[in-house]
Design a protein around this ligand. Sequence first.
Ligand code: ADP
Length: 689
Amino acid sequence: MLLKLQNIGKIYDSNNILTIGVRNVSLQFDLNEFVIIEGESGAGKSTLLNIIGANDTYEEGELYFNGAETSHYSASEWERYRERNISTVFQDFNIIESLTVLENVELALFRIDDVKERKRVARELLAKVGLTAQTKQRGSELSGGEKQRTVIARALAKNSPIILADEPTGNLDVKNSEEIAKLLKDVSKDKLVVVVTHNAAFFTPYATRRVKLYDGKVSEDTTIEKPAPAAAGAGEREAPADKKRDLKNAARLGILNYKSRPRFTAMVSFALLICAVTLFIVLDVFGQSLIKPLKTTLDKVGIAGKVIVSNAGGTIAEGALNEISSAAGAGYTLADRELSEFEIAVPKTGGMLRAYTVTCVYAPYRYAPEASEAVLVMPVSASRDEAALKSVFLNAGVGVESVKTEKSLTADGVYLYLGYDALTDNGIKIRAINSAMRLGEDDATVYTFEIGEGLEAGQVNLINSNYWDVKNKAVVFGVNADKAYSVRDNNGTSDKTGGVVVQMNAEDYAAVFTAGARPVNQSCLYFPSDAEARAAIEKLPDGYIGMLSASKIYVSGAGDAFTANVLWYLAMIAGCICFAVLINVIFIRSIRIYNTDFAVYRTLGISRKISARSLYMQMALVFLPTLVLLPVVSLIAAVIPGSAMAFIGGGSYVFIELALLFIIEFVAFGFNKSIRGQSVRKVLRRGLK
Ligand code: ADP
């Protein structure tokens, strides 16, 4: 016996009002039967159908399936029971409106691997219900009768041993009703067909049995025609579990849903892209400014006793520097770290001299050079270039008048240690040795600058210029690039000069080398030893960050700056969390449109696992445009003239993409979880009652 109901009872409890759905129902059903269930409204017909179809639980009695008790079934066992054994034709159809008629039927054919075969079977069934012409129409475009025929074809497609139909011809004309009744009669040859109807007389010529309910109880049970015994093997479900097929089906379902609801897909994809761009802007704008104070480049040449000072405000005024200096007990200060250590490329000028990079360092405690003195420290291997190197600085007219040389085995480059006065007075001039000059489209290397009193204001003369015909052209110097000068002459050729020497009048010369009153970003404090510098960091006034030039970062007395940073980070993290929660709420709301669809999938034998996975895949597809478009948006933002945006960095890109992928998959996870305990009957209530 396929199904045996023994004293089944169902009591509904809604708001403490108890209603009897069915009581004491004892019935047996077998394959090959075509059973009509009739009765007045409220007699318990739907309740009975729901119990057999596992869309509802029963409280009393026992339902035997193939002789085995079911009252101990867990939710997943009921799920499997429904998945394998039950096909339902809903009174309200529960057609998936975004899918075509063919796709609706195919959903119930997932057990067939071959897509062509799947379509063939679906078409065959649709032909049987007379819908060949409508296969490509969407569910939403069908008439009531067409919807009903579609869900009948879909129920038959599932090929399960039990077919339950609630008013299956309610929306059909006589001719179509007869076709459907015949079809059901036909399939009942090796299945159990149970039809709930108000019109028992219509189905009587086709049915084998008629069960009448009254007030929740069986009032009549009449055999119309004795069914033929079931053929061997009838009622057994084909297609055992297959992991690979499940994965493929999940992917197909995901793609189907992705394509069938273009508005949802477009909306969520767009929302994701907006989220990605917002995150990108937040990271770009805030991320950079937040990290800055701790990211300062440290001196490559570790000089004992040097502290680099900066503050969260970004600039240090001169008065403040004196204050910091005396608080920390520094011997010397320098307002701009850049000037305490810079590099000059000395060009090759024939003879023995190779091109050198000279690092100019200010180091009062190590060599203590006086004003206009310098100490050249060079590796022993470079000794032969000593004289030439010295002469570069002595002849450059930058305030260096004597150079003492130290040759060292340990030096790995050439260093020029400068005196404090020489540096403050002539620092920019020294840096200008071998500076760059823009001449029309070309860049030329300026070796040094000279005063030529014969020149008028705004004019320069180029000596040893390889650039012919530049007379009256404009040049801009890298040293102080806010003014252009015009070239008066270009034929002061001199073979001795490696680069270009620029001659200008005294006023212009002074103007080019005026540092101007630009605020400094950092300052250096100098101490006789590393230990003293370390100790001085503790004494910095509040708000300043001190870094030992040796490389480690020490922060002291910078409470405000630091707290502000931490607060910023916290605010940003809190903002991100709020943002994530917000988009989660929005996405979860919109994803609810799948509630009914997923309940329908379950009635069609698509396991929860497959539909859950399909949603993960669908969300991954929805996410694809963001993956590709984010760098494009970032690139556009970066190239907009005047934009301070940087092109998205690899780390930020990965972070944003992963964060959003996580959020969107989390939404899918939340949705899957929310429908886990959901009763199919409740979701589809409209359809069942
Ligand atoms: P029929 O399908 O024969 O019209 P039902 O099986 O729907 O009857 O209903 C049987 C009884 O159970 C009715 O009294 C109905 O009011 C009650 N009932 C059905 N569903 C619910 C429900 N979800 N909550 C409370 N009472 C219900």
